[in-house]
Structure formats: structure tokens, C-alpha cells
Design a protein around this ligand. Sequence first.
Ligand SMILES: O=C(CO)COP(=O)(O)O
Length: 263
Amino acid sequence: MAAAPSRKPLMAGNWKMNNNHLEAIALVQKMAFALKEADYDAVDVAVVPPFTAIRSVQTLVDADKLGIAYGAQDVSQHASGAYTGEISGAMLAKLGCTYAVVGHSERRQYHHEDDAIVNAKVKAALAAELTPILCVGEGLDVRKAGEHVAHVLAQVDGGLEKIPAEQAEKVVIAYEPVWAIGTGEVATPRDAQEVCAAIRARLAELYDGDLAGKVRILYGGSVKGSNVAKLMQEADVDGALVGGASLDPGEFVKICRYRDLPA
Ligand SMILES: O=C(CO)COP(=O)(O)O
């Protein structure tokens, strides 16, 4: 069963530390050339370049009135001040960013971001009217121990702590099992669905009303044109956060057009 029609799928390309601002322009131009109105009607398309390329992407998107949204790979938990090297939510909003990825496993691992920091960053993004893409996911050891659902739900609880419903409903959650990131080892659709469904069930426990039915939950980890259609057939998978394959315009456009691919 595919995602509920009330949730428009989101295909977001996390470029990580790839593409300078000139390369970014070339990549977005190639994507924009291929993508048609019908594609944007069917899915929300976003690119998440490095900070240094956001201004160039903004200029291109504005000049050509492209339907591609964009965002940042991180955001400071602070609003402003003496935080050398940090970028605030307000700065990103001023650049026309729609999204801010928060709590990516690479930030958790290499920059020691814990759930409290991730929670502060989700709040900072929301305060700047950015849509946080809150990343959660277990490592291989946790999965092997069969504790993946509990681990991910603890990250969801931590990331959303003290965030009221009217804010939480704007959050996008990305389930990215660490063992599937950049490894070519994609989770099976069943594995992805198990965790995405558990996240939605947790949202229903945390918040009243239909919030859980509205929040988009993405899968990320070795998504490609060859596996996206099957993943998207799952009821609780509302899109993908794509790393490596988003650097190839042809492949990313294919992912955006998953409906045309054989499942
Ligand atoms: O980390 C990811 C997206 O944020 C996934 O990366 P890959 O698609 O390269 O596995």
C-alpha cells in the first residue's frame, strides 16, 4: 500500500560535502531541465547543498522560478552570537531555505551531537520557520541486537521533546539506518516500513488528533532508481532522503519519478 494521499511525497537530495557553488549550479540546472510540472505536482523535490552553495542555488531557483526547494545540512542551536563557524536558522531562512536537516547520523557520530543538541536544533529551525528534517536511525550493532525500534523511538522522543503539536506537525522525520548509509546495502521495504510505522505510532502516542497522519516520514540509506519504487509502496514511507544518488542528476530525477519505475 502506498503512502496516504494527504502526505505529498518528498524526495530530498543530501549532497553532504560535495559540490562547490559552481558545480551546484550545474547540477540544479540539469535537474531542472529534466523535471516537469507533473513531477512537481506529484512530489516535493528538494536539494540540500553545502552552506557555501546555498546562495547560488537560491539565485538560480529565483531567476528561473524553479519548483525545486532547498535547504541546509545543519543549523545552529543558537540564534546568534559568539559561535564561530555556526550558521543560524534566521540566516538560512533569509536565503530562502525551506528545510534544515538536523541530527544526521554523520553529525551525531563525528560531531558528537546527542538528542539534547538535536532537540535544540529542531527548535531553532522551527523558530526560524524552517522545516526540520529530523534524522534518526540505528547502527548495525543495535540492529543485530534487535533493539532498532526502541533505539529509533528514543531518538524521536529526544528530538521532539517539549515541541508542541502545532510545531511538531511541520517536522519531517527521516529514518536512516546507519548501516545502510553509503554502503549500497539498502534496507528492505519491510525493514523500512517496520520502523517508519513504529515512528508514526509513536507520534500518535505523543500528540493528539491526526498529527501522526500528517507528518512525512522518509527513508534514507542507499536509495537509488533501482530500489525506490519498492520502498515507496510501503504505507508509512513518504519519500526519501538521498545521499550519493542525488549527486547524479539522471538518477535523482529517476527517483523523483519513482511512479514510472517498475516496483
Ligand atoms: O545519509 C544519507 C542521506 O542523508 C544517505 O546516503 P546514501 O544515499 O549515500 O546512502
